[in-house]
Design a protein around this ligand. Sequence first.
Ligand code: NAD
Length: 371
Amino acid sequence: AVVGVMVSDDPAERRVPLVPDVARKLAGLGVQLVMQRGAAARAPYPEDDYPDVTWVDSAAEVAARADLLWVLGPPPDEVLATLRPGTVLVGLLQPYASAERIRTLQERQVTAFAMELLPRISRAQSMDVLSSQGAASGYQGALIAASLAPKFFPMLTYAAGTIRPARALVVGAGVAGLQAIATARRLGAIVEAYDVRPETREQIESLGAKFVDTGIMAAGTGGYARELTEGETAAQAAKLARAVAGSDVIVTTAAIPGRRAPVIVTAAMLAGMKPGSVVVDLAAETGGNVEGTVADQEVVIGGVRVAGPTHLPSRMPVHTSEMYAKNLLNFVAPFVRDGELSLDWQDEVLAGTALTHAGAVVNDRVRQALA
Ligand code: NAD
């Protein structure tokens, strides 16, 4: 089989989906590799470091030759429209972003695996792209907050006295939030955190942070949170306002798969913060957890700097590309036999990650979202 690797056409994207070490392992499975040129202009992985690879100039050429397309984000629509029936596509396909794209995948009879749909079970942890890239986002979120803050994070003793440590609040304690907590703690901040899944209390406390208890719990399906009702949102806001007002820095990471990010920090809450406070909204790409967030910009709301950075994993492309490539290899390797593709639909990880197959949308949650 031929594995074709595309690089993203988004100029803000510096990650590549395959790094040399992982390319060698993939080649060791007996597949041939066709890669799109241009990777080296992003993450610093020179073409010469890759093993025996056929380099081509465009995504279209990769698509024309590949049995399995190994991508970071969704390929361009005009390329998708040329895929041969039975082509296997693996990557972060943004399954909730475009109904039209899903129609194209159905029409072209593509077997598409959206890594966002990977079941969050123990056996699949080594394939979990959302976790590896989410950890990078959380880490970056805490660093951005520290660099924007007009204060030190750590306690600092100097010749004329002592500087008190900054108080940080992390909203949403999934993978990104837990990494933001850990990073802010390493920098010496006093950290509080909040989530609506009950199991997060212990996870937050184990990182040396304090759990903010609003009394609102909203565990959903698949290990994810569900959307709050209007009443719950109001109750949450009332309880959270105090923690917000007491913070110098807030990092927000709350998300519900397939939905707009919940608005948790309102403009009124921001107005209650100390002047010079900083909020980094990691949910800006999906609408933001903060009322008034603008993606890719820094705005001042009620005297508070609110940053909505996007493409965070792309800020550290050496490691995030490596993590992504290893995750994908762990997903793909079990269905490569003697260099050929052999999909086992009895495998719950493979079946659960599938978005389209043989002309149908095969994921229940996506089908519901499309209906
Ligand atoms: P996510 O990015 O979808 O959401 C981020 C966080 O926002 C979640 O923790 C969610 O509970 C929280 N959230 C949603 N609405 C909120 C609200 N109104 N207020 C406060 N917080 C809110 O989630 P994720 O980081 O991708 O993780 C999702 C789940 O998957 C978690 O349970 C995580 O522990 C689990 N997980 C399991 C494995 C595994 O293999 N066992 C691996 C990775 C993640």
